[in-house]
Design a protein around this ligand. Structure first.
Ligand code: FRU
Length: 531
């Protein structure tokens, strides 16, 4: 039976384990900013992740604050991520946190912005220097190699800002009649670019072209300059990012708000695939250079149409993904309910089995004790609590076995017990005598404890206390067991009918004898003969 219980427990544990399924890989994504470019990239990663069941992704954004990003990286590591994808806000400041994560054994994919160290597993980016340089060439060509430029820089200390600036300066410096007349900090945001241009103390109308390090800063500068010189011809504006969609740079070029942009690929899908390759121990490229392209008025229309198609497709995929997720959620709810129901049923079974075992054990203990006490006459000092509990229980049964007018009544169970030494000295002859009196008189269905006590020259109370102290059972209990045992014996050794046997052992009603017999031996009297 112990095996049965272990089996039930194993089933239960397995069911519980199944219900707490854990994702196989936990990927942390530490974004330096939150903007339309990051949104695109995050959406691509999520879409790609939806094709892989065993992934969990935790996204954080530092809102252009390096200190915040350091804390977020440390928290992701503490949360037990298996891999970190990170775009460091600034080149130097965030490096220690990334190095710490790398040293703790977590694979690191640095993307798009660089760190100050070589402690990373893979690096993915487009060539920011080349982008700046090509934009310089494009602007020079557009202006006929002469003119004044305003450059709106990305965040100081972030690698794309430095590289784009360097590439741009290198290109422009080859044209003697071209001049970068002013550089202002745009810090990658439209608001900052708008603000610095609103507050710019010089004459904004002197610029022929504005180069923003991204489309948002170019658009912020455009808004401020347009406000400062209403009704006048604006300079040209160029940016970088060339995002698809209604708010993206491709459309802004198509609509002539920008003269040019440069596609800065987001490629969230590629990042996620790379992460999986690393986690699954597959071969991967340590450095990935993403290709990009200039967006101008000539190709903007085609690019926009294509990008619209891309947007439509990804939206459709997103919807399918949502639908599939809905079904999966439903399935998982159903599965959880099934698992819970199985758990409850298994628990109930365990409880029933335990109860059955306990009950059967109790019956056996009681029966053995009574039989031992009576027939082996062994003297065993009883545990007070246990004995009294057993007596109370059996006393009820015994009392029911007797006719309603029976004078035998249970004694108080809190009567004091003699010391065990005294019991040992005097018990055996006493019990032998008691047994002999019981056997001699058991045919008498009117037999009372007083009758038994009188035969033994004791009072009813004295007899009860002595018998109880020695055997742990009351005289009534012993009498009933003796009757049933004798009945059992008569059934085996004589041809008497069940009724005759019942009367012969002092039961006044054969049906009641049958009932008590079944309780005692687990079978009705008739079955004894068949065995
Ligand atoms: C997005 C962004 C882009 C820019 C890039 C530079 O957060 O600001 O607009 O091209 O980061 O790292």
């Amino acid at each position: 039976m112990r095996h049965d219980i272990s089996l039930c427990l194993i089933i239960l544990l397995t069911l519980t384990a199944c219900s707490s399924e854990r994702a196989r890989y936990h990927i942390g994504i530490s974004q330096c900013s939150e903007d339309i470019w990051r949104d695109w990239q995050n959406a691509e990663m999520k879409l790609e992740a939806s094709l892989h069941e065993d992934l969990r992704m935790s996204f954080t954004t530092a809102h252009d604050d390096s200190r915040r990003q350091i804390q977020q990286i440390d928290s992701l590591v503490a949360a037990g991520i298996d891999l970190l994808i990170v775009a460091p806000n600034q080149l130097q400041n965030v490096t220690p946190a990334i190095d710490r994560a790398y040293d703790s054994g977590i694979p690191i994919i640095v993307f798009e912005r660089k760190t100050d160290s070589r402690k990373y597993t893979a690096f993915v980016s487009a060539d920011n220097y080349e982008m700046g340089r090509q934009m310089g060439e494009y602007i020079a060509a557009t202006l006929g190699r002469q003119g004044k430029i305003l450059e709106v820089l990305g965040l100081k200390g972030s690698s794309p800002a430095e590289e784009r600036h360097r590439g741009f300066c290198d290109a422009i410096s080859t044209y003697p009649k071209m001049q970068i007349a002013a550089t202002l900090q745009g810090d990658w945001t439209e608001e900052k670019a708008y603000k610095v241009l609103r507050e710019y103390p010089g004459d904004v109308s002197e610029f022929d072209i504005v180069f923003g390090h991204n489309d948002r800063t170019a658009m912020g500068a455009r808004r401020a300059i347009a406000e400062r010189m209403p009704g006048r011809k604006l300079p040209l504006f160029c940016g970088i990012d060339g995002l698809p969609g209604e708010l993206g740079g491709i459309r802004q070029v198509r609509d002539s708000l920008l003269t040019a942009s440069y596609i800065y690929p987001t490629r969230g899908d590629l990042l996620l695939q790379l992460a999986l390759d690393i986690l699954q121990g597959k071969p991967y490229q340590k450095e990935t250079l993403l290709t990009s392209a200039l967006v101008t008025h000539e190709n903007a229309n085609v690019l926009y149409l294509e990008s619209e198609e891309v947007v439509r497709r990804s939206q459709r995929l997103e919807r399918m993904h949502l639908l599939a997720n809905g079904y999966l959620r439903q399935l998982s709810v159903q599965r959880t309910v099934t698992i819970l129901a199985c758990g409850v049923i298994a628990l109930l079974l365990i409880v029933i089995v335990l109860f059955y075992l306990y009950h059967r054990g109790q019956v056996n203990i009681r029966r053995e004790r009574v039989l031992n006490n009576l027939w082996n006459l062994s003297v065993q000092p009883q545990d007070t609590k246990d004995a009294s509990a057993t007596t109370e229980e059996t006393e009820k049964v015994a009392a029911q076995a007797l006719p309603p007018h029976s004078p035998i009544t249970p004694e108080s169970t809190d009567s004091p017990k003699p010391a065990s030494a005294t019991i040992q000295e005097a018990s055996s002859p006493f019990i032998a005598h008691f047994r002999e009196v019981v056997e001699r008189n058991m045919e008498n269905s009117e037999l009372s404890v007083e009758d038994l006590a009188a035969e033994m020259n004791l009072s009813r109370v004295q007899l009860y206390r002595k018998v109880k102290a020695i055997t742990g059972s009351s005289p009534v209990e012993l009498l009933r067991t003796a009757r049933l045992n004798r009945g059992h014996q008569l059934l085996l050794t004589t041809d008497k009918t069940v009724s005759e046997v019942a009367y012969a052992v002092g039961f006044s009603a054969p049906a009641y004898f049958t009932k008590c017999f079944k309780e005692e031996f687990g079978m009705v009297p008739g079955e004894v003969r068949k065995c």
